[in-house]
Ligand binder design. Structure first.
Ligand code: SAM
Length: 495
């Protein structure tokens, strides 16, 4: 059963309206960094096409030898004994079992359905039934048809459903509702393998509505417990918002993801502002006006220059440029020269903060980090300066999008601080900088690392960011020692 922290009951109140359904407001003033919820998932599920071990959640193609229906990897001997026993009791021909095993999507449906079978897990199942699934809005959409083909029909045709408790009640509506519940409410969780993800359902955490400029941060630790905390001071009565999408996407992309996956039109301040709070993350360069930018007007949907409304772009042109740019970014990945060339080429079409430009800048900065980490490359001053510039440009956008505590901002700030310090040390060792200059640079680094740490210290220790903060504390101490020693040697020289 999901363990919920008392914070939620003390600091949050669940409300309901026509637009958002259930949502949450602060019932008391909440401090920056204050926890509003800690919660265990009620259920863990795979992404649709993945087949994951029902015990350790690693990807696998094997199944439990006893129940034959739930995946079990070679390293795990058991999965939930009660579920295994119940599924093993079902009278299914080998051919029917194979049919069910062939569809990875069936696993999630079975995970829900076995909860319905046991008296002890019935309350859990009832709670899941209360979650939003947008049954009406999803009816006959592409995902609905996929679920029908890959889950509903195989489950119905093998006769499995009739053998379950009150099996006649398990119709397509119920199955689509259960599967839709995961899509609408699921949180992305790190999978055991690097880069993979699975989905977790959290009864309380799922109640926070979405905003593209949220006032909450969510972090999921190694035990898959979610921690939700305020990224800024929140006065009582304010709605508590989480962000369901990647904050570094442009408005059209974010809105499309929210519409397709979560079935609503976001009306937040960022979505309502064609300049995206002045960041211009979706703006094009106006070729006619010097310094003019073309944005998509909200009401008319016309791409118009902010300086001269007569300068417009055709939507097909915009779509075409973006599609081609994304393709080129994909093909240039890992190749710093191609990425830099592409950045220069696209800067004639897109604002420097356009989300595709930011993606390119992040890619380049990450390659530069690897180059700088490998001293065998003997990087010159320009490499450091390029990375510093990119970090600064990314940070400027993040400061607007995430004004309070932010993981992204903390990491970008740490990257910037480290690169500045490395460059200062290099210049000092090459006698291009005095001890005083180096001390001034290291002092700036210390301020930035402290600010980054201040934001990361709210992260649970077992998350990658929590671990980073832990390492940063050690680095900060080393930096302070270095500065002390430098100061002493400087004082000795002066006296
Ligand atoms: C994870 S659920 C949130 C809880 C849900 N409102 C409920 O009653 O169970 C996500 C759904 O909440 C609604 N929602 C969340 N944020 C919204 C927003 N900013 N505007 C409109 N609807 C929103 C949408 O229906 C969305 O699919």
């Amino acid at each position: 059963m999901a363990a919920v922290s008392e914070d939620f009951a003390k600091k949050c109140e669940v409300k309901e309206n026509e637009t958002m359904g259930r949502y949450v407001i602060a019932s008391t003033n909440i401090r920056e960094g204050e926890t509003v919820l800690c919660e265990q998932p009620i259920l863990l599920l795979s992404n649709n096409t993945d087949r994951r071990c029902s015990s350790c959640y690693k990807l696998t193609n094997s199944f439990c030898g006893k129940c034959r229906l739930l995946p079990l990897c070679g390293e795990c001997v058991h999965h939930d004994a009660r579920d295994c026993k119940r599924l093993a009791e079902l009278q299914l021909e080998e051919e029917q079992v194979e049919k069910l095993q062939a569809q990875a999507e069936v696993n999630n449906a079975l995970t829900y359905l076995v909860l319905r079978e046991h008296k002890e897990t019935q309350p859990q199942y009832e709670q899941l039934l209360q979650m939003e699934s947008h049954l009406a809005l999803r009816r006959n959409t592409e995902i609905w048809r996929t679920y029908r083909e890959q889950v509903v029909l195989p489950l119905q045709s093998t006769g499995l459903l009739q053998q379950l408790r009150n099996g006649a009640e398990i119709d397509e509506e119920l199955l689509q509702h259960l599967l839709g519940t995961t899509d609408v409410n699921g949180f992305e969780i790190r999978a055991p393998e690097s880069g993979g993800t699975l989905r977790g359902l959290y009864i309380r955490a799922a109640l926070f509505p979405h905003s593209c400029t949220p006032n909450l941060v969510t972090a999921i630790d190694e035990e898959r417990r979610i921690k939700v905390y305020a990224n800024r001071y929140i006065p009582a009565g304010e709605i508590l918002y989480n962000c369901y999408t990647n904050i570094l996407l442009g408005t059209e992309e974010r809105r499309l993801i929210l519409k397709q996956g979560k079935c609503f039109d976001c009306q937040c301040a960022r979505c309502q502002d064609p300049t995206e709070l002045g960041t211009h993350m979706s703006s094009f360069v106006c070729k006619t006006c010097k310094g003019g930018y073309i944005v998509k007007q909200l009401e008319s949907g016309i791409w118009q220059c902010l300086l001269n409304p007569e300068h417009t772009l055709k939507p097909e042109f915009v779509a075409n440029v973006l599609e081609r740019a994304k393709e080129e970014v994909f093909h240039a990945r890992d190749d710093i020269y191609r990425l830099e060339l592409l950045l220069a080429k696209l800067s004639r079409l897109l604002h420097g903060n356009h989300y595709i430009m930011l993606d390119l800048k992040q890619n380049i900065a990450s390659i530069l980090r690897q180059i700088l980490q490998n001293m065998a490359h003997r990087p010159n001053r320009k490499v450091y300066e390029r990375k510093i510039r990119l970090c600064q440009e990314i940070l400027l956008v993040l400061k607007v999008l995430t004004p309070g505590i932010s993981r992204l901002k903390a990491i970008a700030l740490y990257e910037l601080a480290n690169t500045q310090a490395e460059l200062a040390r290099k210049l000092f060792s090459e006698q291009e900088q005095s001890t005083q200059d180096l001390l001034a640079e290291l002092h700036q680094t210390e301020v930035m690392i402290r600010e980054s740490l201040r934001m990361l210290l709210y992260e649970p220790i077992s998350t990658p960011e929590g671990q980073l903060a832990h390492g940063m504390l050690r680095e900060l101490k080393e930096l302070q020692n270095d500065m002390k020693m430098l100061q002493q040697s400087n004082d000795d020289v002066v006296h």
